[in-house]
Design a binder for this molecule. Structure first.
Ligand SMILES: CC(C)[C@H](C(=O)O)[C@@H](O)C(=O)O
Ligand code: SF4
Length: 475
């Protein structure tokens, strides 16, 4: 008999009880914390004289406020220094491991969890951060949670949640040249809308998903939340296991790998599992996708015309009009040739090593356009170090990119990396909301990392398929 989807199986395994509210109480296998959303929750624990129940299942990093240029302490910005100091005190008191910048392991929370082998198939993972859905790439159930839930998980190791429906997104076929995981997810959100996933978790399946590496799967799961879904996941397979085996945790505990593998296999969705909805996408039809508006759902293929608001469903027309005014784009035009001032290669969506490698192949031997300020912000210190060792830093710097230290940076502009005035930014991040990159008049165009590299070189949104790639010796 079918036990159902991965979602059903992992949920049932972690369910403690059904609460009088109708919600289920779930045991949490990994609680990731960062400096922005944890301080209040620790405060609530103190008020009630409670201790952290499972410090060994909790792991901290600093990412949002961390400066990416000068990281000497105290940080130049007082607010950043205060948040860092508070996190340091909280983790010290509770005995929580902290990947701070002195460890060489620091980075964006959704980059370091997988990197260190903390993220594993069949685990329940939470973090006070919406993009926690990223970890679903490993076949984990991973949810972003709010402050009171962070408090609950700190105090009890459990959280109250409502079960969602499951939509299978079946991506068949093969991606063409220059088209990436990021384009798949931007296309999904374009088709289903930013609210389309409300009430669902997304299971990504099909040949095009299975042939992606873990980093591509993470880019897709990362943006599930931008499509309104509570979480997203991919069933674990040999690609997952091979990646995991190289992580610290399984290098240090090889016997755990053999012990856990049967569990990982057992939680895969059954072939006859029932879904609440199934959506099919043909990867062969995709081209690089870019956004023309101010939500991640306002995207188009690079050769497609920007839609006229009146052609859109009625409830989308006003936001489209406002977005087109803000972005200063005209219906009927393509986004190709849209002038940019800044190029940002970073964020938990697209700042892992393979992302930087692909972008470097576009950048090598070329120069950043005179009117463009371009920067690379690696997702973690480890990505940074590996990229430096294999020569990627030199490629970017020779072309005129700034090479920064790891953090969220200009993805949301909580540190000093911000757009100025009405600058337009080609960005490998996941949100293009008005004001997102630190300036209320700033204009963000989301795209895949190779497209960001191409835009940096040309000074305008460019179809990367027209720029031949250079050979880069890195594997
Ligand atoms: C600061 C944090 C709460 C926020 C999130 O939840 O996603 C941030 O990471 C973001 O991407 O906007
Ligand atoms: S990189 Fe951006 S999306 Fe990711 S956690 Fe940081 S701010 Fe949020």
């Amino acid at each position: 008999m079918s036990e159902g989807t991965l979602y059903d199986k992992v949920w049932d395994r972690h369910k403690v009880t059904t609460l009088p509210t109708g919600q289920d109480q779930l045991f949490i296998g990994l609680h990731l914390i960062h400096e922005v959303t944890s301080p209040q929750a620790f405060g609530m624990l103190r008020e009630r004289d409670l201790e952290v129940a499972y410090p060994e299942l909790t792991h901290a990093t600093v990412d949002h406020i961390v400066p990416t240029a000068d990281q000497s302490r105290p940080y130049e910005e007082d607010a950043a220094e205060e948040m860092m100091a508070e996190l340091e005190e909280n983790v010290r008191e509770a005995g929580i491991e902290f990947s701070d910048p002195t460890t060489g392991d620091q980075g964006i929370v959704h980059v370091i969890g997988p990197e260190q082998g903390l993220t594993q198939p069949g685990k329940t993972i939470v973090c006070g951060d919406s993009h926690t859905s990223t970890h679903g790439a490993f076949g984990a159930l991973a949810f972003g949670i709010g402050t009171s839930q962070i408090r609950d998980v700190l105090a009890t190791g459990t959280v109250a949640m409502e079960k969602q429906k499951v939509r299978k997104i079946q991506v068949d076929g093969e991606l063409g040249e220059g088209v990436e995981a990021k384009d798949i997810i931007l296309e999904i959100i374009r088709r289903l809308g930013t609210e389309g996933g409300v009430g669902y978790v997304y299971e990504y399946a099909g040949e095009a998903i299975e042939s992606l590496g873990m980093e591509g799967r993470m880019s897709i799961c990362n943006m599930s939340i931008e499509g309104g879904a509570r979480a997203g996941y991919v069933n674990p397979d040999e690609t997952t296991y091979e990646w995991l085996e190289e992580t610290d945790y399984f290098q240090e505990n090889p016997e755990r790998f053999e012990e856990l593998k049967p569990y990982w296999e057992s939680i895969r969705s059954d072939a006859d599992a029932e879904y609440d909805d199934i959506v099919r996408i043909d990867a062969n039809e995709l081209e690089p996708v870019v956004t023309w508006g101010t939500t991640p759902g306002q995207g188009i293929g690079i050769t497609d015309p920007i839609p006229a608001p009146e052609e859109l469903p009625e409830d989308k027309q006003d936001t489209a009009r406002r977005a087109q005014e803000h972005m200063r784009v005209e219906p009927g035009d393509t986004m190709e040739g849209y002038d940019i001032d800044v190029a940002f290669l970073g964020s938990c969506t697209n700042a892992r090593l393979p992302d930087l490698r692909r972008a470097a192949r576009i950048v090598k031997g070329r120069e950043v356009h005179d009117d463009v300020r371009a920067m690379v912000v690696p997702g973690s210190q480890r990505v940074q170090q590996a990229a430096e060792e294999e020569g990627l830093k030199d490629i970017f710097e020779e072309a005129g990119f700034e090479w920064r230290n790891a953090g969220c940076s200009m993805c949301l502009g909580m540190n000093e990396d911000q757009l100025e005035g009405d600058e337009a930014c080609a960005s490998s991040s996941n949100r293009n909301f008005i004001g997102r990159q630190g300036s209320k008049d700033g204009r963000t165009v989301l795209m895949n990392p190779r497209m960001v590299a191409a835009a940096a070189i040309q000074g305008e949104v460019t179809d990367v398929r027209e720029l031949p790639e250079a050979e880069v010796t890195a594997q």
